[in-house]
Design a binder for this molecule. Structure first.
Ligand code: 13P
Ligand code: SF4
Length: 326
């Protein structure tokens, strides 16, 4: 058995019912599976908890089980490990990175901070542990607005790495945060033209957009919010049709919660690629999840010094969120 490829590359008996084996292993090892809404539906269905980035961090913080299997991308595994240093945090495929986190290397972000002295550093959770270690307060798409608003009105702020989320927060809070120029390759791809064509076809459909989308998409959206916020909107809305401008994995839970409603994934600019799927999130498969649980590998490891610094802005975010009941 080896994890050289970033996941356990061990043969699996083809006669096994993987779903029942995953459930069995999970119970036997007292492991808890957390899955992000962008995971494949079959993985979401096996998870003990599904949620957005904020919910996954909040749940990880409270979990008592000795093993956390984080089905998402690396920064989510790192956040769980930083919050639960005594637990074993495993992830089905270590290759599950994030283009947004990668758009902000820690050494370059540090130079940006030094070029802007006297600024409070607010970082999106989609960052490496090393970037979080340079940060004053972490935010997710669920709490970014409220956390920025909790800072004094005249506070000078650096926001990284997502320029789209940063622009959106500037526009709704009236702040003038200095933005790092990063973006997510999935959310940047949504085509406003194609969304408008869909609107012509489904005139009653509401457009749901994640704030990582470009501002032209956000401006035509009926609801802008995190995956959890978009899901809640769809569940509570009287409307029956929705055009969904975020990673299409969220539609699995939307459809489960609202079987009578219609969810249409927003198309990317380049219709020859499945750009509304995050290739990193989709690296996790039932096979890799099974082997990950069986061998308890690959394990998320965060450098102790970095973790000691990174935990502070994450805890600050969780404390503010708890106070605000987010
Ligand atoms: P959420 O904060 O909605 O979970 O978003 C995470 C993410 O990776 C968006 O691309
Ligand atoms: Fe990162 Fe974008 Fe994938 Fe979210 S959808 S994990 S921001 S690459």
């Amino acid at each position: 058995m080896t994890v050289d490829k970033g996941y356990v590359d061990a043969p699996i008996d083809l006669s096994l019912d993987l779903k029942s084996e995953i459930k069995r292993l999970k119970e036997e090892k007292h492991a808890v599976i957390l899955a992000h809404y962008y995971q494949k539906g079959e993985i979401q269905d096996l998870a003990d908890y599904i949620g957005d980035s904020l919910a996954l961090a909040q749940i990880a913080q409270k979990i008592e089980a000795p093993i956390i299997v984080l089905c998402g991308v690396n920064f989510m595994g790192e956040t769980a490990k930083i919050l639960c240093p005594d637990k074993k945090v495993i992830i089905p495929d270590m290759n599950a990175g994030c283009s947004l986190a990668d758009s902000c290397p820690a050494d370059e972000f540090e130079k940006f901070i030094k070029l802007n002295p006297g600024h409070t550093v607010v970082s999106y959770v989609n960052t490496s542990a090393a970037v979080k270690a340079l940060t004053d307060v972490v935010v997710t798409s669920t709490n970014a607005q409220q956390i920025v608003e909790s800072l004094p009105a005249d506070e000078k702020i650096i926001f990284g790495p997502d320029r789209n989320l940063g622009n959106y927060i500037n526009s709704i809070t009236g702040r003038n945060m200095k933005l790092w120029n990063g973006a997510c390759h999935v959310h940047e791809q949504f085509s406003v033209q194609k969304i408008l064509e869909l609107k012509a076809q489904y005139p009653n459909a509401k457009v749901l957009a994640h704030p990582e989308c470009k501002d032209v998409v956000v401006r035509i959206a009926d609801k802008v919010g995190s995956t959890a916020a978009l899901l809640n909107y769809a569940v509570n809305s009287q409307e029956k049709e929705f055009i969904v401008a975020t990673e299409s994995g969220i539609i699995h839970e939307m459809q489960k919660k609202c079987p009578e409603k219609v969810f249409i994934p927003a198309p990317p600019e380049d219709s020859t690629c499945a750009c509304n799927e995050c290739n990193f999130m989709r690296l996790n498969t039932l096979e890799k999840l099974y082997n990950c649980l069986k061998y308890e590998q690959p394990e998320v490891v965060v450098d102790g010094e970095i973790a000691a610094k990174a935990v502070k802005p994450i805890l600050r975010m969780l404390e503010i969120s708890e106070k605000l009941k987010l």
